[in-house]
Design a protein around this ligand. Sequence first.
Ligand SMILES: [Zn+2]
Length: 241
Amino acid sequence: MISSFELEKLPQGYYKQIGTVLQRRDSSGEGQSLLLFLRDMGPMWVSAPASKTKCRFGGAIEPLTWAEFDLYQSPARLYLQGAEVKEDFISLRSSALKLKSALKLYKRLSKTLMVGHESNNILTLLWSSMLLLKENCPVDLVEYRFTWRLLKETGLAPSLNLCVNCGSKLDSGAKWTNDGLICASCYGACKCDLDAKELRSLRFAALLSHDKFIEWSVSQEKSSLYTDELKKLVTFFTDMD
Ligand SMILES: [Zn+2]
């Protein structure tokens, strides 16, 4: 959850940082408040003053856009002074499916990240996921991968390799519990939720490197596996929502 809890103000001065617009709020008359997700600074609320906003910042303050932002911290607040677009991901906007998927990733981060906390690994994860969508990787796979990796960064990801109950390797099959996946000897006579092949696919989707994932994911047959698993993964965020 975004909160300004214990948020310390930056020292007064000018800053320049790469990042993206996570959220935008119109505050009537005063212009816009932007939640920028910035390298080395994490998410920060920034004021984009009203009168000149549109011509000054153009597309750079559209959600999903990545830009280099010029900022000024006054004694009162952080202001946006200028921005240079680096990547607008405009191609995602021509596909409702991809656009929706990208917006879902942004929304998830708005709920998960803490304002003012450096989160460079997660910024890199977002950037990489946006590129995967742009590269036409299946959206359900990208969302699953993003979600598992985000859980990993926050220390909540269920293991895809080891039984959460006894610690043995998950190989022949696995079953979901509230705590994570359990192995065949722990679930006993029950039916497994994931067979060996599905477990392997889930590991590939989560763990392959960026380039290998692109190659592998486009060859995957359509299946409900990743959307089903995504629903399970989202429950691991529950405590934080
Ligand atoms: Zn076990």
